[in-house]
Design a protein around this ligand. Structure first.
Ligand code: PBG
Length: 324
């Protein structure tokens, strides 16, 4: 007679029998960088998340490092006046984003800094590739992504995060970096990135929504799982160091499938909309924010994620510290 409840009978046996343990080491904190000094603005659809200027982002990283958060993904908020068809500012060494990255790495060499390689925040079309007659061009976009990745690598960051979903970009970028001597710059590939409704608040944060159409000709169809395996195989063979699944919660099956089939770390991006949902329901008193946050992060890890990009990083780290 097997009675599974015996292993749930006390807090002690529950702790001993626990299969998955979430730690602050699992978290990567996405940050939004503003141009200028002493500037801070809350993202309306993401309560508790702020766009920060360089001076304040340095302070934020310092505070996070003290809490044990080691990884950061930095995204630039680009003013409309800087945007153009070919995302020129993305590889302009004088642009504030690249300058701040250099500063961050200089001040906190121990922090793992990840950058986003995609045209959308710099593109006047709001798309991740060059737009011509309503089409998103693939191979022409690679050239720009290469210049962007190289400029970011030159700033000293640790890992690039190609998030555009163009074909061949991982191999192309690996080659560009290696040719210029950046063999130590890693690639966290947005491998299975779905055309998702859950990116809404992020696009509010950066004001980067597409000006026309949607992203369905490059981001994946939420209905597909085998296709994620093809993307993963390509990225793995093209030299990715980490494979990412995005979003996380509605795609736990994809995380599990990648983890079972590829022997490199799997990352999951607990995206802006997933954060917003829990925050909004919490504010209404419809659920316990803290518990829902910890349960979702734990579930993402249980599914197989080795690292989790999450806007909850700081709150979850604080929660874990209290539990000790
Ligand atoms: C840019 C990019 C996006 C996100 C990360 N990098 C938005 C998009 O593809 O439209 C979304 C992150 C989030 O929603 O938290 N390509």
């Amino acid at each position: 007679m097997r009675r599974p409840r015996r292993n749930r009978a006390s807090s002690a046996i529950r702790d001993l029998a626990q299969e998955t343990i979430l730690t602050t080491n699992d978290f990567i904190f996405p940050l939004f960088l503003l141009e200028g000094k002493n500037k801070k603005s809350e993202v309306e659809s993401m309560p508790g998340i702020f766009r920060l200027s360089e001076d304040l982002i340095l302070k934020e990283i310092e505070a996070c490092l003290k809490m044990g958060i080691k990884g950061f993904d930095v995204f630039p908020v680009v003013d409309e006046k800087y945007k153009d068809k070919t995302a020129t500012r993305s590889y302009d060494p004088d642009f504030f984003y690249l300058k701040t990255l250099t500063k961050i790495k200089k001040e906190f060499p121990e922090a793992l800094i990840i950058t986003d390689v995609a045209m959308d925040p710099y593109s006047s079309d709001g798309h991740d590739g060059i737009v011509e007659d309503g089409q998103i061009l693939n191979d022409e976009t690679l050239d720009i992504l290469g210049q962007m990745a190289l400029a970011q690598a030159e700033s000293g960051i640790d890992m690039i995060g190609p998030s555009d979903m163009m074909d061949f970009r991982v191999g192309y970028l690996r080659n560009v970096l290696d040719e210029q001597g950046y063999t130590n710059t890693g690639i966290m590939s947005y491998t299975a990135k779905y055309a998702s409704a859950f990116y809404g608040p992020f696009r509010d944060a950066l004001d980067s929504a597409p000006k026309f159409g949607d992203k369905k000709t490059y981001q994946m169809n939420p209905a597909n799982s085998d296709e994620a395996m093809i993307e993963a195989e390509l990225d793995f063979n093209e030299g990715a160091d980490v494979l990412m699944v995005k979003p996380a919660l509605a795609y736990l099956d994809i995380i599990q499938r990648l983890k079972a089939n590829f022997n490199i770390p799997i990352a999951a991006y607990n995206v802006s909309g997933e954060y917003a949902m829990i925050k909004a329901a919490g504010e209404k008193g419809w659920l316990d924010t803290d518990k829902a946050m910890m349960e979702s992060l734990l579930s993402i890890k249980r599914a197989g994620a080795d690292m989790i990009l999450t806007y909850f990083a700081k709150e979850a780290a604080a929660h874990l510290a209290l539990q000790r």
